[in-house]
Design a protein around this ligand. Structure first.
Ligand code: NAG
Ligand code: NAG
Ligand code: NAG
Ligand code: NAG
Ligand code: NAG
Ligand code: NAG
Length: 848
């Protein structure tokens, strides 16, 4: 009986289930079922007479002979900058679709200076790595100074004409115990082992899966086909440059970590990332697909959304309530119902009769507006967006050549063919102030939703059918997973043009792919008001950060259903530490804007949002540093502490940069939680909500109450904050900074801060103030990091310095203590208040 109750409770806690009749498992996808159960065989060998070495072009080409004599293949291996390699395998007469639009510019190919030729193998020798091509049986083995790292295994290489263009290949990671990556799945941080009879392979096919499930390999809205193999000695990875449907069988294990990748169509085009640290593997991958540009500062503030604010008065009242009830807010959002009959680039003439006045009202309290624009276009003669696209032939077609028409929010809709550059130009032109009537700069960003794309037809998995046709006769199945990427590319171009390239566009997208970071932020789609969904928001956004899409968040409170007050408070507290911070909710859920709760709950939520705003300088500096060094903004523990096996599965903790440790509270009714303190006994973590200090020696049970979640600063760090409370980021512009210096045993601490105009692309031309801050005892030294940067107008103003000094060391799991001293004056009695640092040299001030 007890057992029955437990099972029942577990089921209840899941809320909704995904629709498995609509969304297929491997068993219902022909190429997946067939390829999954193929027995490995030594089918291929290298035709040694065919090897062509192109030393200047950095390529090595050869043919593979099929022992059965029918399916010969060609292989090209290209050496790239940074000891990355590209491996392309295809039929000699291949007409496979070669993906465009994903890589960030041209690849830097390096010459193959040295190739060692043996009777049964060739080896490309570089400083950091060797690539050995074994002739028979065929394999490609990548070896670094840490030993063999990654093997493309010929026995699981399958090209089968009976399966049309489907193919498969296997990769083993000899040094790894655990695989990570392949966003987007509602699963733990570390990938599960999948196997026939057990968990389905992870699927990568962008789909509009409402009510999605946890711990599931089902595909969601986005796909990033990057896999990292991680062990205590080394991290390596692959990036499959292919946007067709994929399934990945995952095996983790000390001696047998491998992946088997099954793909519906397109090219076998794999980039190999040789690490050897997680940080280097991530940088290598991001080097291929690009970094996010800096967001405008306001985009890092708090966003309030709901499906829907029903009228301009409703929206203005919500914004006014944020002010009345003293909650910071930067952006208010409008979902689909603001439009005239879901015709994008229009306004509902009744409920939103005066959008310009509404924008002025929002702007008067220093807030901004974001509205939704989806890629489906209502089929309606007289709707200008439709008429023009019809006339210029810019819609996706059916196999028979007619325009595809399917059901979506407006009813019958056609879909912009974003693969067509003319369609991208056309669509982007509608964002201009002239073409999107009644818009002003207060409409500061755009939300691109439903861009998997979503079609309300369960028989085709709620998306375009694989045989729909794009520009140039390209089948939809070949480019399915980049449809959303191309949508945001068009929107990005539209916003750049709209503002004459004076503002960094802000776009939020649901569908995404490798490279989306160049155009857009992402969120995790239609999650649910469940504790498990709060937890998975951390693992999903950590994963996205390892895969280049750093600007990630999840709907605070959960999109569907109604969170308990406790869950909502915990979500505000946890969400404040994800890069994108937006509350959003479904039309059928109860209103849950923070001012609607009792004063105790309001106080907790207000504190959470205020804590976010206090750390805006940290967020902004980390985003800037990402543009320089490609590093994730939030990081899982294993990324920063790669040799510590104990942290490989921890997905509910994050590090913001390397100095702030956060543990989300994802359990109901707890008085304490297990926090993992990493880094060894010499690493100390200073609580921001008590005077406790913890040593980095693993899990410790830490008391919590509803007022906050565990957040720690690393010993030796300087955290730059803005502690003056305001109601939006615009209102903080004149405020000075507070340095929080967390002294180490030598009384030292250091950090960085970045300032610019918060808006434009001038930072690309080095118009900024980027400083290193060193605290040594009572000296604070500021050093300009780039001598040639122009910091005029971006003075760094310090109000005060908070010095945290450890007075009792933590030991054997027992926390130590620190004390805080606040300095407002220099030695000579001069007030630090409003002291500006504008200099080209090193400046030292003294604390007293
Ligand atoms: C290759 O030939 C062998 C031996 O004839 C046969 O068992 C195997 O099924 C063939 N493989 C394929 C993929 O056709
Ligand atoms: C690569 O091969 C060369 C020549 O065989 C050998 O000297 C070198 O140690 C190898 N390097 C690595 C990283 O395996
Ligand atoms: C504004 O706050 C008041 C007081 O909580 C509430 O009654 C009202 O519904 C709020 N307005 C909106 C649009 O949320
Ligand atoms: C904005 O609208 C709200 C609600 O209608 C109103 O209370 C407020 O005074 C308006 N603000 C301005 C600056 O017009
Ligand atoms: C963009 O530049 C054009 C031509 O110089 C000008 O007419 C227009 O007002 C500018 N638009 C914005 C938003 O600055
Ligand atoms: C940019 O925002 C920061 C943080 O609020 C502020 O200190 C700085 O003065 C702003 N810069 C400009 C040029 O407005």
């Amino acid at each position: 009986m007890l057992r029955f109750c437990l099972v029942f409770a577990t089921l209840l806690s899941f809320g909704q289930f995904a629709d498995h009749d609509t969304f297929k498992d491997c068993a219902r996808v022909n190429f997946c079922t067939t390829l999954r159960t193929r027995t490995p065989e030594n089918k291929y060998s290298v035709d040694s007479d065919s090897v062509v070495i192109d030393p200047d072009g950095g390529q090595l080409k050869f043919d593979l002979l099929d022992t059965n004599g029918s399916d010969n293949l060609q292989v090209i291996i290209t050496r790239l900058e940074g000891d990355n390699f590209r491996v392309q395998i295809q039929e000699p007469d291949s007409d496979r679709y070669q993906l465009q639009d994903v890589l960030d510019g041209e690849l830097n190919v390096l010459p193959n200076d040295k190739i060692v030729i043996d009777p049964d193998s060739y080896t490309i020798v570089t400083d950091g790595a060797n690539v050995t091509i074994q002739f028979s049986p065929f394999s490609i083995e990548f070896t670094t100074n840490q030993g063999p790292q990654l093997v493309l295994d010929g026995t699981r290489l399958i090209f089968d004409k009976n399966l049309d263009k489907a193919f498969a290949f296997g990769v083993t990671f000899p040094q790894a115990y655990q695989l990570y990556g392949i966003h987007e799945h509602a699963d733990g941080l570390a990938l599960q082992t999948t196997q026939v009879g057990g968990t389905d392979p992870y699927r990568l096919r962008n789909l509009d899966v409402s009510g999605y499930e946890l711990n599931s390999p089902m595909s969601l809205y986005g796909s990033i086909p990057v896999l990292y193999g991680h062990g205590s000695e080394a991290t390596t990875g692959i990036f499959l440059h292919n946007a067709a449907e994929q399934w990945m069988e995952i095996t983790n294990g000390e001696d047998n970590t491998q992946a088997y990748v099954m793909v519906e169509s397109g090219a076998l085009d794999v980039f190999v990332l040789l690490g050897p640290t997680p940080a280097e593997a991530v940088r290598q991958y991001v080097g291929l697909t690009g970094t996010a540009h800096l967001p405008q500062l306001w985009a890092l503030g708090y966003h309030q959304s709901r499906w829907n604010y029903v009228s301009q008065d409703d929206l203005k009242d919500v914004v006014a309530n944020f002010t009345t009830y003293d909650f910071p807010l930067d952006v208010i959002w409008l979902d689909i119902d603001y439009t005239d009959g879901k015709k994008y680039f229009t306004w509902d003439p009744n409920a939103f009769s005066d959008p310009v006045e509404m924008q002025q009202n929002i702007s008067a309290s220093n807030k901004r507006l974001v509205t939704i624009i989806d890629p489906h276009i209502k089929v309606e003669q007289g709707y200008n967006v439709y008429d023009g696209a019809l006339e210029q032939d810019l819609f996706v077609k059916r196999a028979d050549g007619s325009n595809f028409e399917g059901d979506c929010w407006p009813g019958l809709s056609s879909y912009m063919d974003f693969l067509n550059p003319d369609a991208r130009d056309y669509y982007s032109s509608f964002y201009s102030y002239d073409n999107f009537p009644s818009t002003t700069p207060v409409l500061a960003g755009i939300w691109n939703d439903m861009n998997e794309p979503s079609v309300f037809d369960n028989s085709i998995e709620k998306t375009l059918p694989g045989d729909a046709v794009h520009h140039g006769g390209v089948a939809h199945r070949d480019i399915h997973n980049i449809y959303g990427l191309l949508h945001t590319k068009s929107t990005h171009q539209g916003l750049i043009n709209r503002d004459n390239n004076t503002k960094r566009p802000f776009i939020l997208t649901r569908s995404h792919f490798a490279g989306t970071q160049r155009y857009s932020a992402i969120w995790t789609g239609d999650n649910q008001a469940e504790w498990g969904h709060l937890s998975v928001s951390y693992s999903e956004c950590l994963d996205a950060n390892l895969l280049g899409i750093v600007f990630c968040g999840a709907d605070v409170g959960g999109f569907s259903n109604n969170p308990s007050e406790e869950l909502l408070q915990r979500w505000y507290q946890a969400g404040a530490w994800l890069p994108f911070y937006r509350a959003h909710s479904d039309s059928s859920s109860q209103r849950r804007e923070p001012f609607l709760f009792n004063e105790d709950v309001q106080a907790v939520i207000r504190n959470a949002i205020q804590l976010r705003y206090k750390h805006l300088p940290v967020w902004y500096t980390r985003f800037y540093e990402h543009t320089r060094n490609r590093d994730p903004i939030i990081r899982p523990l294993f990324y920063q502490y790669p040799s510590n096996v104990d942290v490989y599965n921890i997905g509910d903790h994050l590090l913001l940069g390397d100095d702030i440790l956060v543990r989300a509270v994802t359990e109901s009714g707890v008085e304490s939680v297990q926090v993992y303190f990493p880094g060894g006994t010499d690493e100390h973590w200073i609580s921001i909500s008590s005077s406790d200090v913890y040593e980095g020696s693993g899990f410790i049970d830490v008391p919590v109450d509803i007022q906050g979640i565990p957040v720690y600063y690393r010993k030796g760090s300087v955290i730059v904050r803005k502690d003056t409370l305001r109601l939006s980021s615009d209102e903080m512009v004149g405020d000075g900074h507070t340095l929080h210096a967390n002294l180490d045993a030598d009384n030292k601490a250091s950090g960085t801060v970045y300032l610019d105009d918060n808006t434009s692309f001038n930072y690309v031309n080095k118009e900024y103030n980027y400083l290193k801050i060193d605290v040594d005892g009572t000296d604070v030294t500021l050093t300009k990091i780039d001598d040639d940067a122009n910091s005029d107008g971006f003075d760094f103003v310090i109000d005060d310095v908070v010095v945290n000094k450890i007075i009792k060391k933590p030991q054997n799991g027992i926390p130590g203590k620190y004390e805080t001293k606040i300095y407002k004056k220099t030695v000579d009695g001069q007030l630090l208040k409003n002291l500006k640092f504008k200099f080209n040299d090193i400046v030292t001030i003294k604390l007293a």
